[in-house]
Ligand binder design. Structure first.
Ligand code: DHB
Ligand code: FE
Length: 289
């Protein structure tokens, strides 16, 4: 067997981040009939996580005007701190563990990706909201400490202009090159979070489009290149104003082996459920071969 000398990406995980899911867990309501089918969809995934524990997770998510206000809106921001506190989103911080970072790998990714012409904002102090903590809760349950260091990678999808799907996909390729040039043999997972279809405001509040969501999952798996070409307006029209969060999934997908000429990933989990609060819940695990 070839011994790896550099870091590598073993798998990518995709999931919605509905804040009410965090509240359901924190308040002991996950067994209620409304929530049961949601958490059931992650049972196998939690087991997979235990069997496939990474050394580091690069978690692509969006901040919801929590750490960044409308006074300062980075398009792409990488968390280089040693730790990140759960944010107070209005009801006090979630009672979940502090997120430990990985400053060495994060700084290396910043160095490499900026040199590849993506202008990342370097963040040395920030709190993390449900965009980051809910995916961790769904995949890891309620541990006393998260299973490994997590590098928060925040994307602006809250205030226009948001980055295009194409740019997110290209950024994923650059992140892959960055990770593969880190000279410590770390097993890294990259997560793409947010989505699926939902709209929280205006005349179309409550919009869900299962057909669009499932076609997105199909194409994300087998033809991410063409999904990356889909313009914002299609997401907003078909998947609602907050459906635009889905472009973040393209960052994780762009970092997978097949995009760089390797083998197609194995689909280890695929789950879709409506409703969860105002959002359709979608979830995938793709493993590099
Ligand atoms: C909901 C979904 C989100 O993505 C979010 O950021 C806030 C609320 C919801 O479904 O209620
Ligand atoms: Fe959101």
């Amino acid at each position: 067997m070839m011994v790896k000398k550099h870091a590598h990406i073993s798998a990518s995980v995709y999931t919605s981040h509905v804040p009410a899911i965090g509240a359901a867990l924190d308040l002991g309501k996950s067994g209620e009939p409304y929530w049961q089918p949601v958490f059931k969809g992650y049972e196998q995934s939690k087991q997979w996580m235990k069997n496939n524990k990474p050394d580091v997770i690069l978690l692509v998510y969006n901040d919801h005007a929590t750490a960044f206000s409308l006074e300062l809106i980075p398009t792409f921001a990488i968390g280089c701190a040693a730790q990140f506190e759960p944010a107070d989103e209005g009801w006090g911080p979630r009672p979940v563990p502090v997120v430990k970072g990985h400053p060495e790998l994060a700084s290396h990714i910043a160095q490499s990706v900026i040199q590849q012409d993506f202008d990342l904002t370097i963040v040395n102090k920030m709190d993390v909201d449900h965009g980051l903590t809910v995916p961790l809760s769904l995949m890891c349950g309620q541990p006393d400490a998260w299973l490994c260091p997590v590098i928060p990678f925040a994307v602006n999808v809250v205030q226009y202009p948001a980055p295009s799907g194409r740019r997110c996909f290209e950024l994923g390729k650059a992140i892959r090159r960055a990770i593969e040039s880190f000279d410590t043999p770390l097993n890294v997972q990259i997560w793409g979070t947010g989505g699926m279809s939902h709209q929280l405001q205006g005349a179309r509040a409550g919009l869900i489009n299962s057909e669009f969501d499932n076609a997105f999952l199909d194409r994300l798996i087998s033809d991410p290149e063409s999904q990356a070409a889909v313009p914002h307006i299609d997401y907003v029209r078909e998947a609602g104003s907050e459906g635009i969060e889905l472009v973040m999934w393209l960052i994780a997908r762009g970092a997978m082996d097949d995009v760089a000429g390797g083998a197609a990933p194995r689909v280890m989990q695929r789950f879709y459920h409506v409703p969860a609060s105002n959002t359709a819940v979608g979830h995938l695990i793709l493993e590099n071969q």
